[in-house]
Ligand binder design. Structure first.
Ligand SMILES: NC(=O)c1ccc[n+]([C@@H]2O[C@H](COP(=O)([O-])OP(=O)(O)OC[C@H]3O[C@@H](n4cnc5c(N)ncnc54)[C@H](OP(=O)(O)O)[C@@H]3O)[C@@H](O)[C@H]2O)c1
Length: 308
């Protein structure tokens, strides 16, 4: 029975992975979640969650060495790009130093690591990007995520770096995503400005979870890209969401990213990731945006606040 440690257990990615494991394996995975957040949930789909306040280095390391996981999935990160810009030391601690701790554990135990990364490691000049494209982050969040990749790449451990794009569609009330952010903005009044020239191929969280489960099962090493099938601007994304859920389109206001994010972290404008290599290798075809929204509409989603 594989033993898996999930760090950042209360992230939306972890929630979807744990849900997928519970649905498909009927108990043939032993899983322990680790979270820095006290309070509910204390277990997710029956998998226990241990709290490590602040991801204290020694405490985290001790839990890892006690649990002796064969596999570690790290989904923990400060994903608010403006917060990363403002609170650099904290962002470095969570996004990079924490990965160093996990790499150290993998070295001792011989464990396999899946580290999540992002299209924000690219400059956004000509996305969507293939796996071999040259990284060049334009904000501090992207720099920390690239630094974490470098920690993994130079470690000599068995590791997969899975880069992904804007993640949406979480059903978990303890998580946040862009759908929740849009819905929150709807509750206020006035126009909702959305960047018209900021592109990526957003991914349904279920598709991302499926990709992660493939990696955990087969344990390949290297850099992998996964994203959704539709490459759209944030404005096009928001329009499609409003259309799917019957929200008033006239509230959406397309604005240039330069204006919307003035005084805030720079965004890579034409980002996104080519997912075709992953699809060819594992036979996973991610949803298009229209398919994903239809899936969510049928499920009836719920969501919270803001993310990358
Ligand atoms: N969000 C996106 O659209 C996006 C896009 C591309 C790549 N990614 C990458 O994909 C991975 C998963 O992202 P996600 O969107 O699923 O994550 P998320 O829902 O934003 O959650 C991130 C988790 O990281 C931990 N965390 C956040 N802030 C922290 C802090 N200040 N101190 C300590 N821990 C903190 C928390 O885990 P606990 O509460 O369990 O400790 C939190 O649940 C990350 O590596 C991210 O960089 C995300």
């Amino acid at each position: 029975m594989p033993r898996l440690l999930v760090v950042g257990a209360k992230s939306k990615t972890a929630e979807a992975v744990l849900r997928a494991l519970r649905a498909r394996s009927r108990g043939d995975w032993e899983v322990l979640g680790v979270s820095h957040r006290p309070g509910e949930p204390r277990e997710i789909y029956g998998y226990p969650v241990q709290v490590v306040p602040g991801y204290h280095r020694r405490h985290l390391r001790n839990i890892c060495l006690w649990w002796e996981p064969e596999l570690i999935l790290n989904t923990a990160a400060v994903t608010d790009v403006d917060r990363c810009e403002r609170e650099r030391q904290h962002a470095w601690w969570v996004n990079v130093a924490l990965v160093e701790v996990l790499v150290g554990v993998c070295r001792v135990l011989g464990s396999y690591l899946v580290q999540l990364s992002t299209d924000y490691i690219f400059d956004g000049a000509n996305g969507p990007y293939e796996e071999h494209a040259r990284p060049c982050p334009v904000n501090y969040y992207g720099k920390t995520k690239l630094a974490a990749e470098n920690v993994c790449q130079s470690s000599g451990i068995s590791v997969a770096i899975l880069r992904t794009t804007l993640i949406f569609g979480t059903p978990a009330p303890w998580c946040s995503d862009i759908l929740g952010w849009l819905r929150q903005r709807l509750e206020g009044e006035g126009p909702i400005p959305v960047a018209a020239d900021l592109y990526t191929n957003p991914i349904l969280v279920e598709d991302l979870a499926q990709a992660i489960v493939c990696l955990l099962q087969e344990r390949p090493t290297g850099v992998f890209h996964i994203g959704g099938r539709s490459w759209v601007s944030r404005y096009e994304f928001a329009r499609a969401v409003f259309d799917a859920f019957g929200y008033p389109q006239e509230r959406l206001q397309p604005v240039p990213a330069q204006q919307l994010y003035a005084g805030r972290a720079q965004r890579p404008l034409r980002a996104g990731l080519k997912w075709e290599h992953f699809a060819q290798r594992w036979g996973i075809v991610p949803h298009s945006l229209a398919e994903a929204l239809e899936f969510l509409r049928q499920r009836g989603y719920s969501a919270g606040a803001r993310t990358e």
